[in-house]
Design a protein around this ligand. Structure first.
Ligand SMILES: Nc1ncnc2c1ncn2[C@@H]1O[C@H](COP(=O)(O)OP(=O)(O)O)[C@@H](O)[C@H]1O
Ligand SMILES: [Mg+2]
Length: 190
């Protein structure tokens, strides 16, 4: 489903580390600055996470879901630290890596993001996106032509043990609503 990469493995020694998340390190791709490479910090579950990402992003691709608010996935390559997941790196007009919503909410009031949050909410429901971890540090604010847009960079997969939502759009929608109200609560009290 995803293209074979001409370069099947990459050394991370000349890749710039963008951010250390709670579970993964995110590097700028040394040969393709428009992409990032995510490598798990833990020795365990590396393959499981890669398999999950391939499964759900293949589905998004098959269904032709637009990547308006979701960073595009490009497949997996080998790195010395285990599988590296390739995604579009979300950047701003000035070429810098877009900052997270969590970062912005430290200096701007939540109401400044009302319209953007509504757009994201509509997108999630219109395309019934799978959600495991909807959080302000998994969403970045892309700034292009002085317009802001929220883009999900992590947690758009189903990580439930029993994957009943895979089979029911109704349950998937219920789950989006549940995750959304928890997410809004979390940014309201932050
Ligand atoms: N595609 C991306 N574009 C821009 N920044 C990103 C992207 N993916 C991740 N990041 C940055 O790296 C951080 C960690 O990545 P993330 O995938 O959330 O790791 P983890 O699985 O550890 O939570 C994010 O909070 C964000 O700041
Ligand atoms: Mg994250």
């Amino acid at each position: 489903m995803f293209k074979k990469h001409p370069q099947q493995s990459v050394s991370l020694s000349d890749a710039t580390l963008i951010e250390r998340g709670g579970r993964r390190d995110c590097y700028r791709h040394p040969q393709n600055p428009d992409w990032c490479i995510k490598v798990s910090q833990s020795q365990f579950k590396k393959d499981k996470q890669a398999i999950r990402e391939i499964k759900y992003y293949s589905l998004y691709k098959r269904l032709g879901i637009p990547h308006t608010h979701l960073a595009k996935f490009h497949g997996v390559i080998k790195t010395p630290k285990g599988p590296g997941l390739l995604f579009d790196l979300v950047t701003d007009d000035d070429g810098n890596v877009s900052k997270t919503l969590a970062h912005y909410l430290k200096k701007l009031p939540l109401k400044d993001f009302d319209v953007l949050l509504n757009e994201l909410h509509d997108y999630l429901l219109n395309h019934t996106i799978y959600l495991s971890d909807l959080a302000a540090d998994n969403i970045v604010v892309s700034v292009k032509n002085q317009k802001k847009k929220l883009v999900i960079v992590d947690g758009a997969v189903n990580s439930d043990m029993i994957k009943i939502c895979d089979y029911s759009e109704y349950l998937r929608r219920k789950k989006i609503q549940r995750k959304w109200s928890r997410f809004v609560d979390s940014i309201n009290i932050a």
